[in-house]
Design a protein around this ligand. Structure first.
Ligand code: THU
Length: 135
């Protein structure tokens, strides 16, 4: 199964009664396993979570630590891009060169790197002068 197929399969499990917009995400970790997530909305709207966040949580919970490749899919007019917050979340575990393939359920795709999606990213390098540096 391709990464896009894995994202499409988990998308079917999305809980999106408020937006009606189901999203699926799949990550292949550097360690070699595939982890998936879907959006999980909440009646208290800000408590909802994105598909990418779910896939990242699944990867970390499974014991893998680095993202090697990403796929995201939705039924959208153009390949669905990760939201700003998810771009930052991806950058926590992915190098700038990691490819994110965005897809529509009708088969259109667009691939961009994490660095292209999040230019000028804030990272731990900016914190070197802090008294307690990030690990
Ligand atoms: N959503 C995602 O899960 N990932 C994205 O990349 C874009 C947006 C979700 C959040 C919310 O449940 C719905 O799509 C509408 O914003």
């Amino acid at each position: 199964m391709s990464l896009i197929e894995a994202a499409a399969a988990v998308r079917e499990h999305a809980h999106a009664p408020y937006s009606g917009f189901k999203v699926g995400a799949a990550l292949r970790s550097v360690e070699g396993r595939v982890h998936v997530g879907c959006n999980v909305e909440n009646v208290a709207y800000p408590e909802g979570t994105c598909a990418e966040a779910g896939a990242i949580a699944a990867m970390i919970a499974a014991g893998d630590r680095r993202i090697g490749e990403v796929a995201v899919i939705a039924d959208s007019p153009a390949p669905v891009p990760p939201c700003g917050g998810c771009r930052q979340k991806l950058a926590e575990f992915a190098g700038g060169e990691v490819v994110v393939t965005m897809a529509t359920t009708e088969g259109a795709t667009l691939s961009l790197t994490v660095a292209e999606l999040l230019p000028g990213a804030f990272d731990a390098g900016f914190m070197v002068k802090a008294e307690t540096a990030a690990p």
